[in-house]
Ligand binder design. Structure first.
Ligand code: MV4
Length: 670
């Protein structure tokens, strides 16, 4: 049955991704959104969009009744659930079918069969799929479980039958611990799932998580599209995924693929599915679970096979045969995916909620793909998973792909929320990752290397922030001069030029709890910065996008500095560091010497006094005009402020460096 219009029952990056393929295939798209997503990217990308409820997922993206209503109202003939939300909800799939809609996913009974992890294992066991040696039977008597434990041997795992994703798992290292561990596991499982049944398994120590992408159509064809290694996880959340699995031999790949196809066939599967295995270090692999949805990490499979898995889904859902046969599928190169999150690795990965004040994505190419659901200015809210985007890279081999990822992470710029970009960079550049020493405890094992202390701002960070400030001030001054009545006024100079003196500025930053003063000395075509670690010569240019190309003591580097009021975020090399500027006078205009005084840059005569003591003036107001070197120079308010005193009258002669008027900045009124 042809699909002319499809409803995307999801949000964020996956909704955008699904729309992209549907549009390419000429299928009209219907987006649904919660009130919190009214301005979200997926709403703009779709041909039409319907609000389905408030931010709370239960009342919007999980509101199947409302979603089906939109399908009717919009005339959609199919629904794609994406992943998460209703993607593996058998009842929703049944409701779609009952409403005469194509549910882009597996048959209802396949979703049901794989929904219970223990039931899934029993089905797979019956189909001859290798399981971890263990006990999955209904007899839960202590005697029977003790007997099973003895035959499995130690260490063994006690798992909650109703559990999944690692919940309710206990490792037992010796027989003496078994009874107590069993009681504890049953108590936990009853509390968490209302079901205290357990299963026992041989404990596979430091396994890898390797999963096979399978695809089945409605004409009994099933293929696999090779494997993905997803061992780099934190608390059962995938962090880095890659394809193919490093070091997986052709024979194991062949066997694992055939096993995954057999698993799919055993449950009459249709559509995109993923069979997850535990891979032991001796090359044995064991069925863990089967996911009946398109996985978050599907892009790495697309990058090494050149296939669009969403196109496959839509074709299969429309009754077409698989686009490829097994022999036509080959692995080309290596792909890696990193999941970029608004979360703070140094606060136990607490979600970082707030506005995306600055967002710049890496340039896409045949080597770099960015699946993102957000745009600059969006708000990362508490309502949904704080994943910002998936960064996927491809190259001819794994080492080259790692380098691509390193660079892409460095080019991914975010300010306004804390992200895990620095953490991801640490993982991807870790020696053990490069050596493909992968297993599910990688992050736990190498944690000390992956969470660098939030060090004080380096001299480099301080130099970049200082240089950015100075260059922006030059640009502002030049712009002011360009519109000034006396553009050549020395007041517009920002090169620190002063008669017979090495003028300098002090920039005060706040870094965490520390105040850091950077003294800036002006030289002909560069600055000399006095930093905590010593002197540094600095020069640079700002491009139209606001990127800084700096030369620090002859070392060139690019960075982006994002300013928001006092806050300065220095983004460089995939890491970002936030400083606060503690020099309001430098926000705009010129308070000479850093002591907050308006002094005469050279000897001259006062020719006009335009304000009175006590006047409250806005930034840029003309205050006093002096004549020097046969030119008039207008002194303007560098900030909103109050004229505190006027020591001179028209006709007075003033020396260089004399304070021309007392000026007290006040909080700028917006
Ligand atoms: C295991 C195991 C070791 N031995 N089973 C974690 C959640 C669920 N996917 C199954 N899990 C495991 N089952 C045996 N017999 C180790 C894990 C495991 C794990 C598996 C895959 C990916 C990440 C993991 C993290 C911790 C533990």
């Amino acid at each position: 049955m042809r699909i002319d219009k499809i409803l995307i029952a999801n949000r964020g990056e996956i909704a955008c991704r699904l729309i992209r393929t549907a549009r390419r295939l000429g299928i009209a798209t219907v987006a649904v959104y919660s009130s919190a997503d009214a301005h979200a990217r997926h709403v703009d990308l779709a041909d039409e969009a319907y609000c389905i409820g408030p931010a709370e997922a239960k009342k919007s993206y999980l509101n199947s009744e409302r979603i089906l209503q939109v399908a009717r109202d919009s005339g959609a003939s199919a629904i794609h659930p994406g992943y998460g939300f209703l993607a593996e909800n058998a009842r929703f799939a049944a409701e779609c079918a009952a409403a005469g809609l194509i549910f882009v996913g597996p048959p209802v009974q396949a979703i049901e069969a794989m929904g219970s992890k223990s039931a899934a294992k029993q089905i797979m066991h019956a189909a001859g799929i290798p399981l971890v040696p263990g006990y999955h039977e209904l007899d839960q008597s202590l005697q029977r479980l003790q007997l099973a434990a003895e035959s499995i041997g130690y260490p063994l795992l006690i798992k909650a039958s109703a559990g999944g994703g690692g919940k309710g798992m206990r490792v037992v290292h010796a027989a003496a611990e078994f009874d107590a561990a069993l009681q504890g596991a049953k108590r936990e499982s009853a509390a968490a799932f209302g079901d205290d049944r357990v299963l026992l398994e041989k404990y596979i120590q430091r396994p890898r998580h390797v999963e096979i992408q399978v695809f089945a159509d409605t004409h009994n064809n099933i293929v696999h599209l090779f494997e993905r290694d997803c061992s780099i996880q934190r608390r059962h959340q995938k962090v880095i995924e890659e394809a193919p699995a490093p070091g997986l031999g052709a024979e194991t790949r062949e066997k694992m693929g055939a096993t995954a196809i057999a698993a799919a066939r055993a449950i009459g599967y249709v559509g995109a599915g993923t069979v997850e295995f535990l891979l032991d270090r001796d090359g044995s692999f064991y069925f863990m679970e089967m996911n009946t949805r398109l996985q978050v990490e599907h892009p790495v499979t697309e990058m090494i096979t050149g296939q669009d898995l969403v196109e496959w889904q839509l074709r299969v859902a429309a009754g077409e045969p698989l686009p490829c046969q097994q022999e036509e599928l080959v692995i080309t190169g290596h792909a890696i995916e990193a999941r970029l999150y608004a979360e703070d690795p140094l606060k136990n990965f607490l979600p970082s909620i707030g506005p995306l004040r600055h967002l710049r994505l890496p340039q896409e190419s045949p080597h770099v793909r960015v699946d993102s659901g957000v745009r600059q200015g969006d708000e990362v809210s508490i309502h949904y998973d704080p994943m910002l985007a998936k960064l996927i890279v491809w190259d001819h081999d794994r080492n080259l792909a790692i380098k691509r990822m390193q660079q892409a992470l460095a080019d991914f710029q975010v300010s306004g929320v804390t992200t895990n970009i620095g953490f991801l960079s640490q993982v991807i550049t870790h020696r053990a990752f490069a050596a493909a020493e992968l297993d599910t405890s990688f992050i736990e094992h190498h944690g000390a290397d992956l969470f660098p202390e939030p060090g004080a701002a380096s001299d480099r960070i301080l130099a970049l922030a200082s240089l950015d400030l100075l260059l922006r001030r030059n640009a502002e001054a030049a712009a002011t001069a360009a519109i000034s009545t006396d553009p050549y006024s020395p007041w517009h100079r920002t090169d620190g030029w002063r008669l017979n003196s090495d003028n300098h500025h002090v920039l005060n930053f706040i870094d965490g709890l520390h105040r850091i003063a950077v003294t800036v000395h002006y030289r002909d075509n560069h600055y000399v910065l006095e930093l905590p670690g010593g002197r540094l010569s600095a020069s640079g240019t700002l491009d139209a996008a606001g990127d800084l190309s700096a030369d620090l003591d002859g070392v060139r580097c690019r960075s982006t500095i994002v300013r928001r009021e006092e806050q300065i975020t220095v983004i460089s090399g995939g890491h970002s560091h936030v400083l606060l500027l503690d020099d309001p006078g430098l926000q705009a205009g010129e308070l000479d010497g850093g002591e907050g005084r308006l002094t005469a840059p050279m000897p001259g005569k006062i020719v006009a006094v335009l304000v009175n003591v006590g006047d409250q003036v806005k930034r840029g107001t003309a205050l006093v005009v002096m004549e020097a070197m046969k030119m008039e120079h207008t002194i303007m308010a560098p900030l909103d402020g109050i004229v505190a005193n006027l020591p001179f009258r028209v006709g007075d002669i003033v020396d260089e460096g004399v304070e021309l008027l007392g000026f007290e900045p006040v909080e700028e009124t917006v």
